[in-house]
Design a protein around this ligand. Structure first.
Ligand SMILES: O=C(O)C(=O)CO
Length: 385
């Protein structure tokens, strides 16, 4: 289980005060820097209220070392983010580190994790005596061994705010696409065999339908906001109940029992962290509780669903359809039964695949690292429990 710290208004004020205190204390150190707040995505409820510091003109003093996997490629830092990162850090790739361990090991204060890389194992942690923080670019940290990392006195941070809008959008896109059978429609419209438009099926409307959201963190709440605009009835289940005013703002009803949510929803959307507790949270029993007309939407992690049970439920009409941005594994083997089913839509884990989200993730990760290195309150720390 993990807990993510989000800042309240009072904490944000505290953060600002702490920042002023620290920055004046270390003013000579910072005097040559021009610090600009680059964040624009934390203006709403749920926001950290923290600031991302874009430091300019720091060339004269040595920048803190941050270990990255590589630049470019599937698991590397995006080329377009390199200049921004270089304003804050001395970027050291894993390859450079292995080539020049003796000189670099003391210099590396943080690791920037992008798309699960670099792999943070005991060997790497033991070789980095000055390491203070592992900054994950993304919200899910199931690829990190939180206990192991914390046993080295190293903090872990993530970027729940940067990912929230884009991931909520994918949830809505999948729900609408499944309800209106967009993929089949697209196929008919573009197929070379189509001579006239003959659609022998109908979709359903999401308007006034009931959406059950399992997991009401930053992303779940953004989904609820969007669903409210579609006049949906909203049920939600979360470990911690939201404040009454937050529930009212989106018209969401809390279900203490997941069973009530499953039985009452036309669409069930999964937005939880993957932890031992949520592994296969949706199995045969849970699918059987859902309406035969219901659709399951997964935008968190594939392993939250028992996929064998899902295949059976979809084949046997236990539920109507599934729309999945995540599977286990990714991608699925090409002969996986989920890929053969007509009532399934699968996208390749694109919850945060937008220009804006990726940039904000990098900014939020930088903000977290800066906070740890400067002993400021950390906007998004992940605490192992
Ligand atoms: O932020 C994350 O954890 C993601 O999975 C991005 O889609």
């Amino acid at each position: 289980m993990l807990r993510v710290k989000a800042f309240s208004l009072a904490q944000s004020v505290q953060l600002a005060a702490a920042w002023v205190k620290v920055s004046s204390k270390h003013w000579s150190q910072w005097a040559k820097t021009n610090i600009t707040c680059v964040q624009s995505y934390r203006t709403e409820q749920n926001s950290t209220g923290g600031a991302a510091y874009q430091a300019k003109g720091m060339g004269e003093k040595e920048l803190p070392g941050v270990l990255i996997c590589e630049i470019g490629g599937a698991f590397g830092v995006l080329e377009s983010h390199v200049e921004f990162l270089k304003k804050h850090f001395n970027l050291i790739t894993l390859r450079e580190f292995h080539r020049n361990k003796d000189e670099l090991r003391e210099k590396i204060k943080s690791i920037f994790v992008f798309e699960c890389r670099p792999l943070i194992d005991r060997e790497l942690l033991e070789s980095l005596p000055s390491l203070k923080v592992v900054a994950n670019s993304g919200v899910g940290v199931n690829h990190l061994d939180l206990k192991l990392i914390s046993s080295f006195g190293v903090k872990v941070t993530n970027t729940p705010h940067a990912v929230a809008d884009s991931t909520a959008d994918i949830g809505m896109a999948l729900m609408l696409a499944s309800a209106r059978r967009l993929v089949e429609g697209c196929h008919i419209a573009t197929s070379p065999d189509t001579t006239h438009f003959a659609v022998d099926w109908l979709g359903v409307e999401v308007t006034r339908a009931t959406l059950g959201i399992i997991g009401m963190g930053s992303i779940g709440y953004k989904v609820a906001k969007r669903a409210k605009a579609f006049d949906m009835n909203i049920l939600y289940h979360n470990r911690n109940r939201r404040k009454e005013e937050e529930e009212q703002a989106v018209g969401a009803t809390y279900c203490r029992n997941i069973e009530d949510l499953l039985q009452g929803s036309d669409f069930v959307m999964l937005v939880v962290n993957l932890t031992p507790e949520t592994h296969k949270l949706i199995g045969k029993r849970e699918l059987q509780l859902m309406k035969p007309t219901a659709t399951l939407i997964n935008i968190c992690r594939g392993a939250v669903v028992d996929q064998d049970a899902l295949v059976e439920a979809l084949k046997n009409g236990v539920i109507k359809a599934a729309a999945l941005d995540v599977t286990h594994p990714e991608p699925l083997p090409r002969d996986h039964p989920l890929l053969q089913l007509k009532n399934v839509i699968i996208t390749p884990h694109i919850g945060t695949a937008t220009v804006q989200a990726l940039l904000m993730m990098t900014e939020e990760a930088v903000e977290n690292i800066q906070a740890v290195l400067n002993d400021l309150p950390i906007p998004s720390e992940v605490i192992p429990q």
